[in-house]
Structures are given as structure tokens and as C-alpha cells.
Design a protein around this ligand. Structure first.
Ligand SMILES: NC(=O)c1ccc[n+]([C@@H]2O[C@H](COP(=O)([O-])OP(=O)(O)OC[C@H]3O[C@@H](n4cnc5c(N)ncnc54)[C@H](OP(=O)(O)O)[C@@H]3O)[C@@H](O)[C@H]2O)c1
Length: 317
């Protein structure tokens, strides 16, 4: 079969022949219809994701839409020990796959599920989120952030404050359910003050930035909080602005701040898969921006400038 193949961590994958995986252990071989080029896929192909084992060659791709031998389609999450999904064929563990409605668009599903799952799983599995609560999405202008805005509202959030740098994309988030928007552009301290003014009393932060925006936002929010004993769940999901923060100890004493993360490991694979059917059922109500590219063009697609807020999806056929 043909696949995207990584032979060196400092070079994008190339489209080349690769031995097709052989089904065993209850796995099923599917024809891949679409696989999303998510940040997680890039970091896996660069050997920098926290789950990377350094082994090469590898086929990237963590999820996708596949056609089963009976002609029906599934969304599936790739196993840890099998080649990835950016290939003409892939192995599917039926325990990590969910049937799709016949009219589901494979490109839309492949684009949406990974970014959408980040907030869906966080709100449903990591904290006790209740309808009527308020949410700040920090880093709302990317694919996962714009999904988080919509999903928080679908799950009953009364207020969603959306914060991001890109002014054009921020301007679109009101139509997707944001009740307020805050610009993270410009002077970082001023941006933190704006956040503090708009979002001091939220119940939940869904954090895709980490790094400097988070480091400045935490004290900025907490010092303006009307009731500092009210719980604030700060859910760490992405790190587009940096892998680390400095955390002054007073931040943890001065307010009822609970910092936790959501992702592979903090939620079991079974827990993530259990959320897939309900999220798939919600997909038609979510705005998804996707662009499909033939898998044969993977090498150029990998390095081409990405349109903000639009997920690239590779299609083998
Ligand atoms: N834990 C999980 O379950 C999970 C699942 C999916 C994704 N993630 C993670 O979530 C993050 C976002 O994923 P994604 O799919 O939304 O990626 P994406 O579509 O590439 O969006 C990333 C966005 O980050 C923003 N950004 C970059 N640098 C920034 C900075 N210094 N300050 C503020 N914003 C910045 C950019 O928006 P602007 O143009 O506005 O700057 C960009 O649109 C990634 O770290 C990804 O790995 C985690």
C-alpha cells in the first residue's frame, strides 16, 4: 500500500510504499477515507510528543475514518502499537471504533473529532461541569478552541468568554456561541488585564495556550475574583504558547484554584472511546472548517502555511 512515511524526525513524511499491516488480535483492516493533520500528529511525526518512543520508520496519524469490508464507515482512534492512519489501509480495533451515519462526510468527521474531543472529554470526564456555569476558552481561535466555544454552549454553559490573538477569527466566535471575546494580541500584561476584567468569575478555564498567556492570566483572574473560595477548574489541554509556566505559590493559596489536565493518560482510552458516540451525534450541530488534500501530496501539505482555524485532512483515495 501507499502511506505517508516518516524516516527521519527532522523531515516531513513522504508518500511511498509501505508494507500493509496484517490484521490479528481482533483487528480489522479498513480502507482509510480521511485522516486529520492535527497538532498531535505533527508532534508524533517529529518525535516530540510525550508518548513518542523514538522508533522509525513510522506512519503518522492518530485517528481517521475508514471503510469496513462490509462497506460501512467508522471513525476510529489508532492503536498505540500499529502503523498510523495516513495510509491507504489501517488496522482498526473495534473497541476504538464507532459506526458513522451513512450520510456522514468523512473529511468533516476526520477534521473535527480530535479538536472537538479535547473540550468534550475535559468537560464530561475531568470535571463536574454543570449547565449554567461559565467558561473561559484561552486560545479560542484555533480548531480546538473554536470547537470548545461551541461545545461548552452545547453542554449548557451560560457564558463563554473566548480569548485569542487573531482578530478576524475572534470576530467569528460570537456566531459560534461566545458571549464575550478578549484579544490576547499586543502587550501581554495588558492582555492579561483585559482577561481579568472579562473572565475573573468564570467557573472553568479550558486552556490551549499555557506558557506566558497562562502565567499572566492566572493571577490576573484570581485577584479580581469576587468570591475567591468559589471553585475554579483550570483545565490544561494544549500548549501552543509554551510547555511551561512559573507558578507562584500564593496563586494556589489565595483562591480555590484547581489545576488539572485532560488528554491521553489522564483519561483512559476506554473513557475517551466511550465519549465518541455522543460527540459524533453532536457533530452536525457544530461548525467545522476542513480542507482535504490527497495523501499523495502529504510532503508539500505538511510544510504549507496552514489556514488558521481550518484543519487539513489527507484523503488516500
Ligand atoms: N489534550 C487533548 O486532548 C488535546 C486534543 C486536541 C488538541 N490538543 C492541543 O490543543 C492545542 C490546540 O490544538 P488545535 O487543534 O486547536 O491547533 P490549531 O488549530 O493549530 O490552533 C492553534 C492556535 O493556537 C493559537 N496560538 C499559537 N500560538 C499562540 C500564542 N503564543 N498565544 C495564543 N495563541 C496562540 C493560534 O491562534 P492565533 O492565530 O489566534 O494566534 C492557532 O490558531 C494543541 O496544543 C494541541 O496539541 C490537545
Amino acid at each position: 500500500m501507499y502511506a505517508a512515511v516518516v524516516r527521519s524526525f527532522d523531515h516531513p513524511p513522504r508518500y511511498e510504499e509501505f508494507e500493509a499491516p496484517r490484521p490479528g488480535d481482533g483487528h480489522v483492516l479498513v480502507d482509510v477515507l480521511a485522516a486529520g493533520l492535527h497538532p498531535r500528529v505533527r508532534s508524533g511525526a517529529a518525535g516530540t510528543h510525550y508518548t513518542s518512543d523514538g522508533k522509525l520508520p513510522l506512519v503518522p496519524g492518530v485517528d481517521g475514518v475508514g471503510r469496513l469490508p462490509d462497506g460501512s464507515s467508522v471513525y476510529f482512534v489508532a492503536g498505540d502499537d500499529v502503523p498510523g492512519t495516513m495510509a491507504e489501509q489501517a488496522l482498526v480495533d473495534p473497541r476504538r471504533a464507532v459506526a458513522l451515519p451513512a450520510d456522514a462526510d468523512p473529511v468533516v468527521v476526520a477534521a473535527a473529532m480530535n479538536p472537538a474531543m479535547s473540550s468534550w472529554v475535559a468537560l464530561r470526564r475531568r470535571i463536574s461541569f454543570r449547565a449554567g456555569q461559565s467558561v473561559l476558552v484561552l486560545g479560542a481561535t484555533g480548531n480546538a478552541g473554536q470547537m470548545a466555544v461551541q461545545i461548552a454552549r452545547r453542554l449548557g454553559a451560560a457564558r463563554v468568554v473566548a480569548a485569542g490573538r487573531d482578530a478576524d477569527r475572534l470576530g467569528l466566535l460570537g456566531d459560534l456561541g461566545a458571549t464575550e471575546t478578549v484579544s490576547l494580541a499586543g502587550d501581554p500584561e495588558e492582555a492579561a488585564e483585559r482577561l481579568g476584567a472579562a473572565a475573573a468569575d468564570v467557573d472553568v478555564v479550558i486552556d490551549y495556550t499555557w506558557g506566558e498567556p497562562t502565567q499572566r492570566a492566572m493571577p490576573a483572574l484570581l485577584k479580581r475574583r469576587a468570591d475567591r473560595s468559589a471553585a475554579l477548574d483550570w483545565v490544561q489541554i494544549g500548549s501552543v504558547a509554551g510547555a511551561e509556566i512559573a507558578l507562584p505559590s500564593f496563586v494556589l493559596r489565595a483562591a480555590n484554584l484547581r489545576i488539572l489536565g485532560s488528554g491521553q493518560g489522564s483519561v483512559t482510552a476506554a473513557g475517551i472511546v466511550a465519549e465518541l458516540p455522543s460527540l459524533i451525534a453532536e457533530l452536525p450541530s457544530l461548525a467545522v472548517s476542513a480542507r482535504s488534500v490527497p495523501l499523495a501530496d502529504v510532503e508539500s501539505a505538511w510544510t504549507a502555511p496552514a489556514a488558521p482555524g481550518t484543519r487539513l485532512v489527507l484523503t488516500p483515495r
